[in-house]
Design a binder for this molecule. Structure first.
Ligand SMILES: [Zn+2]
Ligand SMILES: [Zn+2]
Length: 179
């Protein structure tokens, strides 16, 4: 395990477990103007959609900062080969079911969803909920690929999303080795 220190905010984190500073990442999520779109907002539940959709649990929105603060340290990054973007997935952040699913044409949720997804998590983050079986399917089918480790030899830190190297070896570096 390699503990590194964020060059921006001095937070320490393990770069073998998380590719980016969790504090800076959380702030970038919360600053995203499209973090919660109307489609996934429970207030707009009564709007009928032609496709299946998920809505977020009201508790998640009431407590969005705390929920995402839990997710940012517990979740796992994947590269989504379908969308060519990075998704960050957390099972039951704060021990809550983060959302529910509605079938096409329905305004009543008919299943609970366990996974909170921050899609495009390093660029234009937005949140939704997904079924754990769907997450499993995406991993099994190779839709979700795990992050690779740094291309620098003997470095087992995770690669920064979209880069070949980790937070300390990317240029300019995002973090320093903690001494
Ligand atoms: Zn930071
Ligand atoms: Zn490295």
């Amino acid at each position: 395990m390699s503990v590194v220190r964020c060059r921006r905010c001095d937070t320490h984190w393990s770069a073998t477990v998380q590719p980016l500073c969790p504090v800076c990442l959380l702030e970038s999520w919360l600053a995203s103007p499209d973090l919660v779109t109307p489609k996934h907002h429970p207030e707009h539940r009564s709007a009928v959609h032609d496709d299946y959709r998920s809505i977020l649990a009201p508790e998640v929105l009431d407590d969005l900062r705390a929920t995402l603060a839990a997710a940012v340290v517990e979740g796992t990054w994947y590269y989504n080969t379908e969308y060519e973007k990075f998704n960050h997935v957390t099972r039951r952040p704060m021990d809550r079911k983060p959302g529910a699913g509605l079938h096409a044409g329905s305004t009543n949720p008919d299943r609970h969803l366990d996974d909170l997804v921050v899609a495009d998590a390093d660029r234009a983050p937005h949140v939704f909920a997904d079924h754990r079986d769907e997450t499993r399917r995406k991993i099994t089918k190779g839709v979700y690929l795990p992050l690779e480790t740094c291309s620098r030899s003997k470095c087992d830190n995770l690669r920064t999303p979209g880069e070949q190297k980790c937070a300390i070896h990317t240029s300019p570096p995002l973090a320093n080795v903690d001494r």
